[in-house]
Design a protein around this ligand. Sequence first.
Ligand code: SF4
Length: 407
Amino acid sequence: MTDPNSWSPNQTGNRKSPAAAREWGYGLYVSFLLQHSELAPLASKVIAGERLSESEALQLFETRDLNALGSLADLANQRRNGNRASYIINRYLNYSNYCILSCQFCAFSRKRRDADGFELTAEQMVVKAREALALGITELHIVGGLHPTLPFSYYTGFLKSLKALDSRLQLKCFTAIEILHLAWLAKKSVRDTLSELRDAGLESLTGGGAEIFRKEVRSQIARGKESAEEYLDVHRTWHSLGGRSTCTMLYGHVESLADRVHHLSLLRKLQDETHGFTGFIPLPYQPDNNGIPVEHAPTGFDQLRTLAVARLFLDNFDHLTAYWVGMGLKMAQVALSYGADDLHGTIVEEHIFHMAGAQSPQLQTERDLVKAIREAGRIPVQRNTFYEPIRIWGDSETVGSGAPVPA
Ligand code: SF4
């Protein structure tokens, strides 16, 4: 971090680059802005680039000074990502919602007896993927329930069929609990299962299923699911094979703020160890159609503070996504000034959050994502699965028709 005392605009002979000067100026501005805030002592640490402790993260969560918190998170984000914010042109694909587990918070899973259960054949998945490819997707994001009878060859089979459509199509698939299920089906170790899936076309693991790591909370919302250690170990193993993944936190249900900090802390620790996470995606809880006695989704205040604290605490993560499916695009756009640098994707067909009551639309067009980013004062960047830029939009460029991709 640039020391605000080490340089002044009038100094000669030790001139900083324009970017460093901007950072210096912004750091000074934030420091001035927060001089009377309760966050002033923490602001000094952030401006000096020092790591925050768990108790300091809790202090940030407990503040009511949202704008001060947001200014700090924005500083941390701009230091890392400059003035850019990204999105991806992707499609969600759920192969089945049948699941042998019954996590209390889940509105997505179905049993065989349920009329609205579904499972797709590899051929049906190929049809959906082909339609989406024609409209420019670069990523398929594929998850499902823990299916009671489909064999391991079904999963490697659809990966191969989808990859055969276009070798550039990136397949981001499976949560950690699905990987454990597939390892059980394959009768192989997690490492060998992941290797076999990678050989079939898997390029990134999804971050879903982390929920809240604290055991007492996990047993109230996702009894029977893998433990925190198992979730982290699947990602650790994937990273050790050279793979990358994202990670998540489902918040705003029965957990405490201290539970959130504990969760973030375990993610930060694994990232210190592997550097394999590409980004973090906080997921606001949706309260409908499940067995958790919580009536409301997290408020706008809670959504913004959670993103901001994550940006400040997760100092070893490059990217932080404002997940428009759970937040709505309007709130996700605001979050670009509270530490987030990514709006996720076009998505096209989302089931998991919508079956739990999400009010957002099923998809976003590229035009709407670019507009949201530009209005927030950022430079829109189309990214790939690994957050690498595919296209950086100039100020005067217009985005085609912005037509939605058909589901
Ligand atoms: S959250 Fe996943 S594992 Fe749990 S019931 Fe739903 S689909 Fe099954």
